[in-house]
Design a binder for this molecule. Structure first.
Ligand code: AHR
Length: 518
């Protein structure tokens, strides 16, 4: 048995990694792409296309939850319009209740008759009163309505192992116990299935300002009390590093080796002091965002290298459980609410992130963009009873074809997008063989002024039919407003053709395209 497991370990280590390369060509020419269409690789976990909803600003209250007595159409208090929009994304997993809020959330405040729930202060996000009307039952009802998995973030910073253990028992134990009976008393007979449970959030910061050494021990202690009751199988996720902090990863892998570990990486044009405006920016700021987004590739690689040092059998899953753009406070919005608009620039950034996640689907099994509604890089914005979907929403809708597909190796040689002596590849790509058997190629053109022609060869496949959709706009800051909610939306990609077994396509400047090839 021992020998067999060593052999599996060695084979795992020797497995040839996927080959997805991008090269900037020295002299400008035709962009070329080779896809190994005949050699499907690892499955792209649908959970890579996951989302995050925190008790922050108007994400939950007003965005998702209006309460059953609201005039806004709802199902048991959950907004119908938002629900319908999110369903179209095949949203696979939702993380809740934070974020920083998670480490001050006491779950027992959010169960039982709503009128009896305590009012607390949300100290992280605007010092507003949280009435706890949206709690465990409401969140898991939302997950069931969406048909998605739940990723619960537990309270390590200000909670106890006992509190965490009780929560897991309350949600997942199918028997006669104090917690299970309390759940039944509150109207839910059968337990829920919880796929992921996070042991704290950003414990290097708002979750307790811990060192990695200290958190590794705390993680081991708390995770011991997350039990898998009969019929339940929870993946326990550790708080991972902030961006490129490989030391945190090293300590966690050497001391705790969790089942999953989540990195957070946000991008902006400026820095944390002045992140830049969501809608008023110049090309320098566009370029800055593209370069910072592209760094995700190296961040992922660096963390995987550290993980492999301790875990060559790849048992620990890598998550990017908070990611996206973060802009200065939107004029006129409430401080601490993190409400921001979302332009075609955010859409291209999201397209790049998702391509990079797809290409490392050997290790990355879940990601959660921040955040679903009205907060940071949201899918949906609401204003009273009005709702619109953002350019980033459209990217998730277009890319959903990759969910559960098999990664295909890709080799891209492209022109540079240069600015003030710096250059980045003008194009970014990933490809998969979808569950329906078609090949899907998602391509971002990062250059905001120059369209790109591309020639694509599909090794191991004779293409007979191709179609495509594109998301682009006339201006870099094009976005959807409540007066013009469809200013940015996908259209058919014109002029793609198959010639001499190659695909030829013209990608507009500042665009995200998804091609479907049969
Ligand atoms: O997504 C907003 C905040 O960003 C989260 O609460 C926190 O985890 C991160 O710093």
């Amino acid at each position: 048995m021992k020998l067999l497991s060593i052999l599996i370990g060695v084979l795992g280590y020797l497995t040839i990694p996927a080959f997805c390369a991008t090269t900037i060509q020295e002299t400008e020419g035709v962009n070329t792409l080779v896809i190994k269409a005949g050699q499907p690789r690892e499955t792209i976990s649908p959970d890579i296309y996951g989302h995050f909803a925190e008790h922050l600003g108007r994400c939950i209250y007003g965005g998702i939850w209006v309460g059953p007595d609201s005039e806004i159409p709802n199902i048991r208090g959950i907004r119908k319009d938002v629900l319908e929009a999110l369903k179209k994304l095949n949203l696979p997993v939702l993380r809740w209740p934070g974020g920083c809020f998670a480490d001050e959330y006491h779950w027992k405040d959010g169960i039982g008759p709503r009128q009896n729930r305590p009012r607390i202060v949300n100290t992280h996000w605007g010092m507003v009163v949280e009435d706890n009307s949206f709690g465990t039952h409401e969140f898991l009802d939302l997950c069931e309505l969406l048909g998605c998995e739940a990723y619960i973030a537990g309270n390590v910073g200000s909670g106890t192992p006992e509190e965490m253990m009780d929560w897991v028992e309350y949600m997942t134990f199918d028997g006669d116990s104090e917690m299970a009976n309390l759940r039944k008393q509150n109207g839910r007979e059968k337990p829920w299935k919880i796929k992921y449970f996070g042991v704290g959030n950003e414990n290097w910061g708002c979750g307790g300002n811990m060192t990695p050494e200290y958190y590794a021990d705390v993680f081991k202690r708390y995770q011991t009390f997350i039990k898998n009751y009969p019929g339940s199988r929870i993946i326990k996720a550790a708080c991972g590093p902030n961006g490129e902090d490989t030391r945190w990863m090293d300590v966690m892998m050497s001391r705790a080796r969790p089942e999953g570990i989540g990195v957070h990486y946000y991008v902006m044009a400026g820095d944390w002091g002045n992140k830049g405006s969501a809608t008023e920016f110049n090309e320098g700021e566009w370029f800055s965002l593209m370069s910072k987004t592209l760094r995700i590739e190296n961040i992922i690689r660096a963390h995987i290298e550290v993980m492999d040092k301790y875990d060559n059998r790849r048992r620990t899953q890598l998550y990017i459980d908070e990611w996206g753009t973060w802009w200065n406070q939107e004029p006129g919005s409430k401080p601490g609410f993190l409400y921001q608009q979302n332009t075609v620039r955010d859409a291209v950034s999201a397209g790049i992130y998702l391509n990079e996640f797809n290409k490392r689907c050997d290790r990355i099994k879940m990601c959660n963009i921040a955040q679903t509604v009205n907060v940071l890089q949201a899918m949906v914005l609401t204003e009273g009873s009005k709702m619109l979907v953002t350019p980033t929403y459209h990217v998730f809708e277009m890319y959903k074809v990759h969910q559960g597909g098999k990664l295909l190796d890709s080799d891209l040689t492209c022109n540079a997008y240069s600015r003030e002596g710096k250059k980045v590849p003008a194009l970014n790509v990933s490809a998969s063989k979808g569950k329906d058997g078609a090949v899907y190629i998602s391509l971002c053109n990062l250059d905001p002024t120059t369209p790109a022609e591309i020639k694509c060869t599909l090794d191991g496949m004779t293409p007979s039919k191709v179609s495509g959709r594109v998301l682009t706009a006339q201006t870099m800051n094009a976005h959807n407003t409540f007066d013009n909610p469809e200013a940015v939306k996908p259209a058919e990609l014109a002029g793609i053709e198959i010639k001499d077994r190659q695909l030829l396509a013209a990608l507009p400047s500042k665009s995200v395209s998804v091609l479907r090839v049969e």
